[in-house]
Design a protein around this ligand. Structure first.
Ligand SMILES: *[C@@H]1O[C@H](CO)[C@@H](O)[C@H](O)[C@H]1NC(C)=O
Ligand SMILES: *[C@@H]1O[C@H](CO)[C@@H](O)[C@H](O)[C@H]1NC(C)=O
Length: 499
């Protein structure tokens, strides 16, 4: 009772505070929207993209540190506090900053984005302008990382916080910013980092500035991602390759053994034949079916057309969208053994290998699936083969969250107001290890709030960011911070009415 009275008082106070701060909000928005400020915001995007912070290449390690230092300075300039470059157990640090002066009753958000980028040198000849000499053409900025995640994610929330701090100091919720430097290599050191800094990073929810929208006028709200597990299966039958005439027909062939072993892993209807694989997989719910119907998947346009593929193939009894969003997979992602050169070499090889990657759905875990695969391989290995299975370091739990959480409601309202349509609720067949890690170590679910569009060529040549979306993003963050505070006040007020 006392607690609820307190909540009600806090709610009144927060509501009053918000009404007084409305002028600061308007001033911040005016600053972010003023055409004369565009050049400055665009230039800092070009400056950050010019730092080739490629996380997968050792030669770019100095650039990773340079990008972290650049962001440290940028967060300080924005007026953020406790700005730090924090080490992980790996070589790529996290940049942290906070602003914790919200009125009582306001929630605390952890804003997440990543400053590392994909490699580009391997596709340099496919770029219209050099990937790390970014430029503006035709209403877009072009360069590696200009969307993912520097322009879609990293800079807009910093610009919004700066504008609020400069316009009277009123950030209506507590904000912690965490910029990661290893997302593009699968966040291998994120979990121990979160475990170690759980106190510093503690928050009511995470706002991920890594992600994107369906179209300029169609927002998306992400409800789930698949998890993952990758292993290599190695088959060894001899200590050396042998003459296929001298020994062929009398000794085991590892490539053929591997093919036989792999063929036991799927049924003819494309369901996975590893015993126990589906034991924890739930049926698709009615709500999920409604979300899929509302999404309106266009198989030809979204899946087959761009690939030049002739037909959809997958687990019988499910549509392509159901397979992508709600069903687990087991794929051969690489295979090898024997002679790979031109022409023929008459051998029976000594070894063969296959790399397998599974995508997992809720209630499956990488640990459980690894054990199932081990048992399957042990049971189905052909004679006279040494079969070993080595995990490949790509392992993540599936991620899922409630549709009507406070931050999801707030984001939906803001995006509907700015983009003209309510969000479509989507899942993704892909994996972002960070989201499951936030859930595990911080107990916080993640609302995705990012502004790249599907034609931005993520991870490919000619990556780009629509400047209209970059402009929209910085405004949207201001609206989101206020909407989160207002919804938190409304929730506390609702508690009062239940007295
Ligand atoms: C297969 O495993 C056995 C038992 O560990 C070992 O003695 C043998 O050398 C292995 N053979 C190959 C070809 O790896
Ligand atoms: C696919 O075939 C297997 C083996 O016959 C069967 O157990 C499974 O239920 C089938 N799956 C579907 C979706 O029909």
């Amino acid at each position: 009772m006392k607690l609820l009275r307190f909540a009600a008082a806090v709610s009144l106070w927060l509501s009053l505070w918000l009404s007084l701060a409305i002028a600061d909000k308007e001033a911040a928005l005016a600053r972010l929207e003023a055409p004369e400020n565009d050049d400055g915001y665009n230039q800092e995007l070009l400056d950050l993209v010019a730092i080739p912070s490629v996380s997968s290449l050792p030669e770019n390690q100095p650039d990773i540190l340079r990008a972290a230092a650049w962001l440290e300075a940028r967060l300080k300039k924005a007026g953020m506090e406790n700005v730090q470059v924090l080490h992980t157990q790996g070589p790529r640090p996290v940049v942290y900053a906070e602003c914790l002066h919200a009125p009582p009753g306001a929630p605390t958000a952890l804003v997440y984005a990543h400053y590392d980028v994909q490699p580009a040198a391997d596709t340099a000849d496919l770029w219209t302008s050099p990937p790390f000499e970014p430029e503006i053409r035709g209403g877009r900025a072009w360069g590696r990382g200009v969307d993912d995640d520097k322009g879609s994610g990293v800079l807009p929330p910093i610009q919004a916080l700066e504008a609020l701090l400069a316009s009277g100091g009123s950030v209506p919720i507590n904000v912690k910013v965490m910029l990661e430097g290893e997302e593009e290599v699968g966040s291998p050191f994120l979990e121990p980092f979160l475990a170690k800094h759980a106190g510093l990073l503690a928050s009511d929810f995470v706002l991920s500035a890594d992600g994107g929208q369906i179209a300029a006028d169609q927002p998306a709200a992400l409800l789930g991602l698949r998890g993952a597990l990758a292993v290599e299966v190695q088959v060894a039958t001899a200590t050396t390759d042998v003459h296929s005439g001298m020994a062929g027909g009398a000794v085991q062939n590892p490539a053929r053994s591997l093919a036989q072993l792999l063929s036991t892993m799927w049924h003819p209807n494309n369901s996975i034949a590893v015993a126990g694989w589906y034991d924890n997989v739930r049926e698709i719910s009615e709500g999920d079916r409604q979300d899929m119907a509302a999404y309106g998947f266009d198989e030809q346009r979204e899946l087959l057309g761009p690939l030049g593929a002739s037909a959809a193939v997958g687990e019988e009894g499910y549509t392509s969208l159901e397979r992508l969003w709600h069903r687990p997979t087991l794929e051969v992602v690489g295979i090898g053994g024997g002679f790979q050169g031109a022409g023929i070499k008459t051998i029976v090889p000594a070894r063969a290998f296959a790399k397998l990657a599974a995508r997992l759905v809720p209630f499956q875990t990488p640990e459980e699936v690894l054990a199932l695969l081990r048992a399957h391989v042990a049971e189905h290995s052909p004679a006279a083969c040494n079969v070993t299975m080595v995990p490949l370091g790509f392992s993540a739990r599936p991620y899922t969250q409630q549709k009507d959480s406070l931050p999801n409601r707030a984001a939906a309202k803001v995006l509907t107001g700015l983009m003209g349509n309510p969000p479509k609720y989507v899942r993704s067949g892909a994996t972002i290890p960070a989201l499951a890690a936030f859930q595990k170590h911080l107990g916080a679910s993640t609302t995705v709030f990012a502004f790249g569009l599907p034609d931005s060529n993520l991870h490919a040549a000619d990556e780009n960011m629509h400047l209209s979306m970059y402009r929209l993003a910085r405004k949207a963050w201001v609206h989101l911070f206020y909407e989160l505070a207002e919804q938190a006040a409304a929730v506390a007020g609702a508690d009062h009415s239940e007295l």
